[in-house]
Design a protein around this ligand. Structure first.
Ligand code: G4P
Length: 529
């Protein structure tokens, strides 16, 4: 296969959801279709998802890499598919957001009984920044669900995107009869035989075959369906692939991942509609995936947590060309050449050394401590530099100090290194140094990981005092005198270690106050610096 053919058959997407919506179940069913796993339960099980913090540390140590974020690759119908898992539950962290930077499209799983939930909201916001295709899988139709029109309405109103239902559910819960395929104008009937089976021939029936429809789904459901379809065809958005590609229109699929109903039609339509690896922007213009020169950027760094070996694993998204093991590449930020001799590809719970990989793929490499989030690695013959990865707003803050003043040096080193990896964000009050560091995180587990690592890797015990703030904004008004701003008493001015001014707030009300009382004040939720 030529380089272009290899690249064009790649599809790299992230799968996002609020915990328990069915992300793991759907991923597993997709992997089963691809033959990548043989049995259900091979993907990160609930046991590991529901672990206590101490178990998490143990698991991280045993595997040496993150169990909380993995990339799964499988083949289906000539496509080479990379699924990026986005950790949720108590593992939710900035990594979850950064993973979205490595994807070319996103699949959003929504529980049909619950609609949009908080974590989906957060992840959607970050996805929308990139204007990439977003597909929606509304799951658990075998349970009582909310009205499908209401679910679409919520997506449109809350997320400001158009929806295009590719199929339409017929009832839900014990009355779930199947789905109507809008393109084929056929129904696909749901039966007891769906319980988890794979390539099952569902009963199909044309929407105009009234007698047969009555036999399969009953007269009542048939009439209801015909009415709903009429309404849908008249009122819903037209399908427009261009709009899908820009992330303005989300194709919506209804199904039940657990019973494997609607998964294969989803996969097939998704592959038809989603994009091949996308063009990426560098400081010297765009680079196409088919460019013969290799380039990649770092989106995740995972410390080994092994006291004896300070090595870390760095995950890169290949943006152009072909990666070859042991070839000499260029690390832009250090200006040094390097060879990556043990590149790994991850598959569910195992990993293997690979010799080559292509634009669209994700590789993990051992890192002696040279990489930072957002770094570029590229071909020596064509040096490019990717735009950095944004810094996402932390939602939990704490002041940390070292218990033993003799350990100051180790404390400073540890906190700085861990922040450099992107595992935490650090701030300080203006005119203070590294004595009292304000740590900001997206998920509270990150605090515990920080304490654990400072103690185990740097021998430093810390005192942590949680702060009551939940929101942070970068001040983007040039030359602003922060001291002169009119702010509520529970708004705090802090700086990051690059000297940028920020405000931390305890409520959204306080943010609005700051904006209303200080005309011209510009606040930003994500930072590109
Ligand atoms: P997550 O990764 O998004 O957190 O969700 P996960 O797939 O783990 O699913 C959460 C729960 O919902 C699981 O049940 C799973 O079996 C169930 N589930 C997923 N898809 C469907 C579906 O289409 N229909 C129904 N009825 N249930 C579904 P659990 O009891 O919490 O865990 P388990 O013991 O089954 O693993």
């Amino acid at each position: 296969m030529t380089l272009c053919e290899e690249i064009r058959r790649r599809r790299t997407f992230a799968i996002i959801s609020h915990p328990d919506a069915g992300k793991t179940t759907l991923t597993e069913k997709l992997l089963l279709y691809g033959g990548a796993i043989q049995t259900a339960g091979s993907v990160k099980g609930k046991q590991s998802a529901r672990h206590a913090v101490s178990d998490w540390m143990e698991l991280e140590k045993q595997r040496g890499i993150s169990i909380t974020s993995s990339v799964m690759q499988f083949e289906y119908d000539g496509f080479c598919i990379n699924i990026l898992d986005t950790p949720g539950h108590q593992d939710f962290s900035e990594d979850t957001y950064r993973t979205l930077m490595a994807a070319d499209s996103v699949v959003m799983v929504i529980d049909a009984a619950k609609g949009i939930e908080p974590q989906t909201r957060k992840l959607f916001k970050v996805t929308a920044m990139r204007h990439i295709p977003i597909f929606t899988f509304i799951n658990k139709l075998d349970r009582d669900a909310r009205d499908p029109f209401e679910l679409l309405d919520q997506l449109e109103k809350e997320f400001g995107i158009g929806t295009y239902p590719v199929n339409w559910p017929i009832g839900s819960g014990i009355d779930f009869k199947g789905v109507f395929d809008r393109e084929k104008r056929q129904i696909l009937a749901f039966g007891d035989m769906h319980k988890g089976q794979m390539k099952l021939d569902s009963v199909k029936c044309d929407i105009t075959d009234t007698a047969k429809l009555d036999e399969i789904i009953g007269e009542y459901s048939r009439k209801e369906l015909v009415d709903q379809i009429e309404l849908l065809d008249g009122a819903s958005f037209e399908f427009d692939l261009e709009e899908v590609r820009k992330g303005k229109l989300t194709p919506v699929f209804f199904g039940s991942a657990l019973t494997n109903f609607g998964v294969q039609p989803f996969l097939e339509n998704f592959l038809k509609m989603t994009t091949e690896p996308l063009v990426r922007t560098t400081s010297s213009g765009e680079i196409t995936p088919e460019d013969e020169h290799f380039s990649a950027f770092v989106f995740k760094i995972q410390a080994n947590m092994n006291k004896a070996h300070r090595d870390r694993m760095t995950f890169m998204r290949i943006c152009s060309g072909k990666f070859e093991r042991d070839k000499e590449y260029f690390h832009v930020q250090s200006g040094k050449s390097l060879r990556l001799s043990q590149p790994q590809q991850l598959m569910a719970d195992s990993r293997q050394i690979i010799n080559e990989a292509y634009a669209g793929d994700i590789i993990g490499v051992f890192d002696p401590g040279i990489f930072s989030i957002g770094d570029t690695v590229c071909d020596k013959a064509k040096k490019v530099q990717f735009e950095g990865i944004p810094t996402f707003a932390p939602e939990h803050f704490a002041v940390i100090e070292h218990k033993d003043s003799l350990k100051r040096k180790q404390f400073v080193k540890g906190v700085q290194q861990i922040a450099q990896e992107g595992a935490i964000q650090i701030f300080h009050e203006p005119n203070t140094g590294m004595e009292r560091v304000i740590v900001g995180v997206v998920g509270v587990l990150q605090f515990e990981v920080l304490e654990y690592r400072l103690k185990n890797e740097y021998g430093v015990e810390v005192i942590r005092n949680n702060m009551p703030y939940q929101f942070i904004r970068w001040i983007k008004t040039p030359g602003v005198d922060v001291k002169a701003l009119n702010l509520t008493s529970d708004t705090k001015w802090v700086q990051d270690f690059k000297g940028n001014d920020l405000l931390i707030f305890s409520s959204e009300w306080n943010i609005n106050w700051a904006l209303e009382k200080n005309s011209g004040l510009k606040l930003q939720e994500f930072s590109k610096e």
